[in-house]
Design a protein around this ligand. Structure first.
Ligand SMILES: [Fe+2]
Length: 184
């Protein structure tokens, strides 16, 4: 058999200060409390693949993020934007037999890290396969802070971390974010 084509691996990103160690993750894939959370609902899905294009079955996919106001439910986030009791910003899901994961969340908002310094809206990922743990972040096309964010641009391939959601007739959005990891 010829060598399989090699997909470029998804660039890693920093874990960041808001990993929600003190919360239990949602495990049913719905971070919005059945659509009650404030903000634009985002149907986010994708495949976890190895760099030869094979699906990674039963990968553990952790997702955490700020809410629609740009606030994390985390003791280290002492900023002003309001918490949203209906938004649970931490989930764990597992990939199916085709390497697919899916969550329903909301579009996070950009947030201020220090006075005058903002991070673009993003969603954190930590993915465990049998071969590696990948920590990364997903960004949104068109965010005004994308090009000036040192963490996003710590990779030359920030485009591989950036999605451009499509709006559905009901006003919610959908986006696909595939992740490529090391072969076992
Ligand atoms: Fe963050």
């Amino acid at each position: 058999m010829a060598d399989a084509e090699t997909l470029p691996r998804t660039p890693p990103q920093i874990l960041g200060p808001f990993y929600p160690f003190m919360h239990k993750p949602i495990e049913n894939g719905d971070l919005t409390s059945g659509g009650k959370a404030i903000g634009t609902v985002l149907h986010l899905s994708g495949r976890i693949l190895t760099d030869d294009g094979a699906p990674i079955v039963n990968a553990r996919v952790e997702i955490w993020q700020a809410n629609a106001n740009g606030r994390y439910a985390h003791p280290n986030d002492t900023t002003e934007p309001a918490l949203d009791p209906a938004f649970h910003g931490f989930a764990v899901v597992h990939t199916d037999s085709e390497g697919r994961y899916a969550v329903t969340t909301i579009r996070p908002r950009a947030y201020q890290v220090t006075p005058g310094r903002w991070r673009p809206a993003h969603i954190h990922f930590q993915v465990d396969s049998s071969s590696e743990r990948l920590v990364t972040q997903m960004y949104f096309a068109g965010d005004q802070y994308n090009d000036i964010d040192p963490w996003r641009n710590s990779t030359a391939r920030a485009d591989a971390l950036t999605v451009d959601p499509v709006t559905r007739p009901d006003g919610s959005q959908e986006a696909t974010f595939d992740i490529v990891m090391m072969r076992a």
